[in-house]
Write a protein that binds this ligand. Sequence first.
Ligand SMILES: NC(=O)C1=CN([C@@H]2O[C@H](COP(=O)(O)OP(=O)(O)OC[C@H]3O[C@@H](n4cnc5c(N)ncnc54)[C@H](OP(=O)(O)O)[C@@H]3O)[C@@H](O)[C@H]2O)C=CC1
Ligand SMILES: O=C(O)C1=NCCCC1
Length: 334
Amino acid sequence: MIPKYIDSDKVRKILTWPLVNAAVEEALKAIDYSELNAANSEQSYKRQPPRTITACGNASQLLLTMPGYVGNYKALNAKTNDQLPCSSTLACKVVTSFTNNQNLQPPLPNILANILLFDVNTGELQCIMEGTQITAWRTAAASIVATKYLYMKRFPQGFQTPIKLAIIGCGVQGQSHALGMCATFNVSEIYLWNRRQSKADSLLLLLQHLHLNKVLQNPTKIFVTDTPAEAVREAEVICIGTYSPHALINYDMLKSGDVHINTVGAGAVHFGEVSQDIYDNAVVYVDSLINARTELKDLKANIIGEIGQVIREGRSAENKSLTIYQSLGNFGIF
Ligand SMILES: NC(=O)C1=CN([C@@H]2O[C@H](COP(=O)(O)OP(=O)(O)OC[C@H]3O[C@@H](n4cnc5c(N)ncnc54)[C@H](OP(=O)(O)O)[C@@H]3O)[C@@H](O)[C@H]2O)C=CC1
Ligand SMILES: O=C(O)C1=NCCCC1
């Protein structure tokens, strides 16, 4: 059998925020296979070994393999948004992270991905999907789901609660987080910061264009800031996705009261964009504990558990005003 290839144009036409948010929430919600029993046999479950990371020369050129199996998975139909019958998916995402790609002429994305889908009965390779955009959307959707359960559920208005949003780093991740958050939540103000300001300016123009063309309802107020501190000063939800080897924000910069941070970047070492004093004052949730045990072993933080458990329980039991979703990237079928 020749596997089907789904190229980036076809992938792009399928992706919508409601679809990706629902798919990612369902994948995050899956329990580990070892916890499956007669009482929860209807529940979606996952088998997910730790990912492998192979350096090709040095730590700025990595190959990551992320295999995963999800059983009893309830996906939505991409055209109708109707619930599809329960299914199972066996997949492996193969990602490269080559951090010099952005300096090539013409530039290439630093993160490139392909997703291999297998027949769960025969093991045959059925399909290869171009996964670069899926990675950008998936990562933002996971932050959106984390924000929904760790932050939005604190308020009686839930999803409708107006939020001031900060985007620290306006590369591929910053852009997908800004678009996804604005498409999903009631973002009243957005503050953009990027090391090279031109990228923040471009994202501002894109958001204004989408707002004018009624693709996005909000935000109505968009600001580009000179420093990360200015960007987060008023922010209730902060998304940070960079390769910065040092912390870009610290505790004194945050507003007092309820704040939620999604930290997705920092390259091979998956923390450090946020200062130690922020971790000291926060509770932390991850996407994958199995990967956190190795990839976050040096992080000194109060890691409560997986966001999937919070989804299954409805909301976080922690009564803490500062929460962090520490995104590693490997979970479920993405
Ligand atoms: N958790 C997950 O699931 C995933 C995590 N990632 C991670 O997210 C991060 C961003 O990836 P992506 O958006 O694709 O990459 P891009 O290359 O598109 O963007 C990188 C961003 O990081 C900024 N940056 C780089 N170095 C520094 C620095 N020293 N200080 C401040 N800002 C800096 C860049 O600023 P400038 O424009 O000025 O260069 C740019 O805004 C990476 O760490 C990547 O590994 C990616 C995919 C999935
Ligand atoms: O999950 C992913 O995809 C990635 N995670 C870490 C950085 C590269 C891409």
